[in-house]
Design a binder for this molecule. Structure first.
Ligand SMILES: [Zn+2]
Length: 231
């Protein structure tokens, strides 16, 4: 995996969705090509190593890992990490294979798909909602599949900006959609419980592809649908 070129423009701390006009797509990180996927699949979670590492953390912060209350903690945390990072062993493209042929070519939007992910900089959770819209090109997806994609992409060490781009990229490439819009809003515990400690702050990222990028009225339509009567 090469160096990620990050674009902080997409990182907007505030309530209003920020429309992205950026034309350079982010690199898709761990989803870059078949190789990365099969490589991730072949890696299994080394539970013993995880447990040892948790013990090590406890000792390093000055705790006694052998104290009664902590005896089971390494195993519990190891299982938790295996669950939280299970997306590493899952190829989200599998959820986009089964499509229905429909002549419908208006906007399809699934709003408020909740997710929990782990910030890869602090290994602290960030959680929120993803809104995914697309304009089909003859291929329509089962609605629950979008939620599966979000699940798969979020259950790995992540960065919200990349997650947003990855979801959009997956839809664009697998569905051949005429337009894809992904808006993700999340609260980052690495901002609320540590560091600047700003509870209530919301990070909103968006990626627009195809018609949603090039056509102003399509873009306005999708943003109105996403925002609905909520704000
Ligand atoms: Zn963080």
């Amino acid at each position: 995996m090469g160096k990620q070129k990050r674009t902080p423009r997409k990182h907007a701390i505030r309530n209003l969705p920020q429309m992205s006009t950026d034309t350079t797509p982010l690199k898709t990180g761990s989803l870059d090509g078949e190789d990365a996927v099969s490589e991730a699949k072949s890696r299994v979670v080394d539970m013993q190593r995880l447990e040892q590492a948790v013990r090590e953390i406890l000792a390093a912060v000055g705790e006694d890992p052998d104290r009664e209350g902590l005896l089971e903690t390494p195993r519990r945390v190891a299982r938790m990490y295996a669950e939280l990072f299970s997306g590493l062993h899952d190829d989200p493209r599998q959820y986009l294979k089964k499509v229905f042929t429909e002549k419908y070519d208006e906007v399809v939007l699934v709003r408020d798909i909740s997710f929990n992910s782990m910030c890869e900089h602090h290994l602290l959770p960030f959680m929120g909602k993803a809104h995914i819209g697309y304009i089909p090109n003859g291929k329509v997806l089962g609605l629950s599949k979008l939620a599966r994609v979000v699940e798969s992409v979020s259950r790995r060490p992540q960065v919200q900006e990349r997650m947003t781009e990855e979801i959009a990229h997956l839809l664009e490439s697998e569905l051949d959609a005429k337009g894809v819009a992904v808006v993700v809003e999340a609260t980052h515990t690495c901002m609320t419980i540590r560091g600047v400690r700003k509870p209530g702050s919301l990070c909103v990222t968006s990626t627009m592809k195809g018609l949603f990028r090039t056509n102003q009225s399509s873009r306005t339509e999708i943003m109105q649908l996403i925002n609905g009567d909520r704000r």
